[in-house]
Design a protein around this ligand. Structure first.
Ligand code: ZN
Length: 435
């Protein structure tokens, strides 16, 4: 019942976020953050156009209003109001009458996927253009023209880039980072799924009391937004970040994927791989490569943050990627909900992973007299919980955390966490603070 509810809520937010023409900058990004703020109370920041961020400069603000191609009789042939992928991202304005030959160099299509509209942008060199299906390109070619072309897209040099963030504080200042991007127009898996998982993860996480870690949520346009964020917050992130994730591609019906962090033995990798193993989840594992999403900004040498990415089918690996086929029917809200649940398991593992000291280190503690051991000594009556007690007590010498014990014992983390809570209550082990 409750899970069906969440799926319906996810769908209603999806429908509101879908039509907005997000980009690096612009009012659609502000509106996106304002809708998401109903779920996660984001702090919204504006970075003025022209601001220098390391080797980059915040571009002019882009707000497209209209973009269409009409025939001589005024019939609309291409209209960005029907699908915002039709307009080249960051296109300049244009108005004129053109033959097909003159128009052709401003048209982008995918001959190998002739039904689909491609997602194309031209952020840093000024041009105008339309993205259309290859079928539609052929139709325009047959039509020959002339065509009336109109693009009304304001580039404001006095504008700004908008991003949102939120720090959910725990008892420790050590942070776990969740970053997602807000710069793609109408695409489902490679855009809206990430924003929704990040926002609802906050909602679930805020219900947990006594959080150890602090959790930082970042909603930025890809690349330039992450770089602007690092420019403003990088030194804090460098000091406090223990683990991090890029949240993207989480709504499709495929298997899970995990892209490792740049640092091989990071806590991010250990926790994620342990959760996937403990839950018998089939997944595809990818090494870190400095391509893809914003993990490459966070892991640039100046910051070197351990940011991985737990996804369903990874970008590049699905046919629908960066096309009009990455739409509502490509994803499912059940899969989106399950992605949130898996990330919550990851979070619970971070929270439960601790180091302990055995207060009775000389010989084995007698579990039976404390009601922690089956009273009938039949040998194979031991539960996994009893095994967990024995492993934890034996390895709690201040050096091993529960993750290490999980690896050695093959006991799932949720059992070890529960067992350690009981042992702590029984006064048999002490948690090491600030490990
Ligand atoms: Zn993308």
């Amino acid at each position: 019942m409750e899970s069906k509810n969440l799926e319906n809520i996810l769908e209603s937010y999806f429908d509101r976020l879908w039509p907005l023409t997000r980009s690096l900058t612009g009012n659609a990004n502000r509106e996106t953050l304002s809708i998401l703020s109903e779920i996660i109370p984001l702090n919204v920041h504006e970075v003025p156009s022209g601001t220098i961020c390391y080797d980059w400069e915040i571009p002019s603000e882009w707000n497209p209003k209209e973009a269409w191609i009409k025939d001589e009789n005024g019939n609309i042939l291409v209209d960005f109001k029907k699908n915002n992928l039709h307009l080249l991202g960051y296109s300049t304005s244009y108005n004129g009458k053109l033959s097909f030959e003159e128009l052709e160099s401003h048209l982008y299509s995918l001959p190998e996927k002739p039904e689909l509209i491609p997602y194309v942008t031209s952020y840093y060199s000024k041009r105008w253009g339309f993205c259309i299906s290859h079928h539609q390109l052929k139709e325009l070619k047959e039509h020959k023209g002339p065509f009336n072309v109109n693009i009304d897209a304001e580039h404001n040099i006095d504008g700004s880039l908008t991003y949102g963030d939120l720090l959910l504080e725990g008892t420790s200042s050590e942070e776990i980072l969740f970053s997602t991007y807000i710069c793609h127009p109408s695409m489902a898996n490679d855009q809206i799924s990430g924003m929704l998982v990040a926002a609802f993860l906050y909602q679930e996480l805020s219900k947990i009391k006594d959080r150890h870690y602090s959790y930082r949520f970042i909603f930025v346009p890809e690349t330039i937004g992450a770089i602007a964020y690092l420019k403003e917050n990088g030194s804090i992130l460098k000091e406090r970040t223990r683990a991090g994730y890029i949240i993207t591609c989480l709504g499709d019906k495929g298997k899970f994927s995990y892209k490792n962090t740049k640092q091989k033995d990071s806590l991010t990798n250990k926790v994620t791989l342990q959760v996937l193993k403990d839950n018998n989840i089939e997944f595809q594992e990818f090494p870190f490569v400095p391509l893809g999403s914003d993990e490459r900004q966070y892991a640039s040498p100046g910051f070197n943050l351990p940011v991985g990415s737990l996804m369903r089918t990874m970008y590049w690996h699905f046919e629908e990627y960066h096309t009009s086929a990455d739409n509502k029917s490509f994803i499912s809200f059940k899969h989106l909900r399950e992605s949130i649940e898996l990330y919550m398991k990851v979070i619970k593992t971070f929270e439960g992973n601790k180091k302990f000291i055995n207060k009775f280190p000389y010989g084995e503690v007698q579990l039976g007299k404390r009601g922690l051991y089956p009273t009938l000594g039949r040998g194979n009556d031991k539960t996994q919980m009893v095994d967990a007690y024995i492993w934890i007590l034996n390895y709690s010498d201040g050096k091993n955390d529960l993750l290490q014990i999980a690896e050695l014992s093959n006991i799932p983390m949720n059992i070890l966490i529960e067992a350690s809570n009981i042992l702590e209550k029984e006064g048999l082990i002490n948690k090491i603070e600030n490990f």
